[in-house]
Design a protein around this ligand. Structure first.
Ligand code: PEP
Length: 258
């Protein structure tokens, strides 16, 4: 039997509603850190993605030219165009230079009432436009305390993931809501348990594609805990909020894969 191909990790930064034109320097700095001049330079053994506010996609794409940094959006509308004031379609993000888009982040689910069905439609829109969809799931603290983590995740995955997925165009991010921006993280045992469950669900529904799909962990990942979290089985990278804003911190997380 042929050896299983190793899943290439992805470290993705979500800048959320942070960043002005001047933030371009962080991507320039990150690019230099990823490919410094000199004999000891080592390319990261993972893919690197920055998802800035949509206003910065085009300029960060320009800043990332010649580097391995991909640029993504943080959300998209399900439709390609139309009367939806203030919204952006996946096609528009692609046109601006994005190759990925995050959908179903817990802040979108909470702030904008996005249901699993809405998230699924957005993931379908991402695929229609030729973007990789990063589909987020995660339990609240109340659900965790009630012992509902695995059932909540299973329900979110069932409702948020479109049928017929392919591992190249979909990434799943497990982000416990209570760990986002709090400095708290689950134990590695808990992360391993949830990721094993997600992998089993994906394999059951999507067969080989589910086996090959990247599963990111997100929630208070920082340089000091990245190596430990990224070494957990079935963790194929990270979705990073606060620590992705500064090139030095974000690179410290990418370095977990050096
Ligand atoms: C996030 O919002 O996706 C996230 C993981 O945030 P933080 O890293 O700041 O916890």
């Amino acid at each position: 039997m042929a050896a299983k191909a190793k899943i290439r990790a992805l470290v993705a930064g979500n800048w959320k509603m942070n960043g002005l034109k001047a933030s371009k320097k962080e991507v320039v700095s990150l690019g230099k850190r990823l490919a410094p001049k000199g004999k000891t330079a080592k390319r990261p053994a993972c893919d690197v993605l920055v998802c800035p506010p949509a206003t910065l996609i085009a300029s960060l794409k320009e800043a990332a030219k010649g580097t391995k940094i991909a640029i993504g959006g943080q959300d998209c509308h399900a439709k390609a165009s139309g009367a939806h004031t203030g919204d952006l379609s996946a096609e528009m993000l692609k046109d601006a230079g994005a190759t990925f888009v995050i959908v179903g982040h817990s802040e979108r689910r909470a702030d904008h009432g996005e249901t699993d069905a809405v998230v699924r439609a957005k993931a379908e829109a991402a695929h229609r436009a030729g973007l990789v969809a990063i589909v987020c799931v995660g339990e609240t603290e109340k659900q965790r305390d009630a012992g509902e983590t695995l059932s909540v995740i299973a329900t979110q995955l069932a409702g948020s993931l479109p049928d017929g997925l392919n591992a190249k165009t979909t990434v799943v991010a497990y982000e416990p809501v209570w760990a986002i921006g709090t400095g708290r993280t689950p134990t590695v045992e808990d992360v391993a348990k949830v990721h094993a469950e997600i992998r089993a669900i994906l394999k059951k529904r999507f067969k080989a594609e589910g086996e090959a799909m990247r599963l990111l962990y997100g929630g208070s990942v920082k340089p000091s805990n990245a190596a430990e979290l990224m070494s957990v089985p079935n963790v194929n990278g990270a979705l990073v909020g606060g620590a992705s804003l500064k090139a030095e911190d974000f690179h410290g997380i990418v370095a977990a894969y050096a």
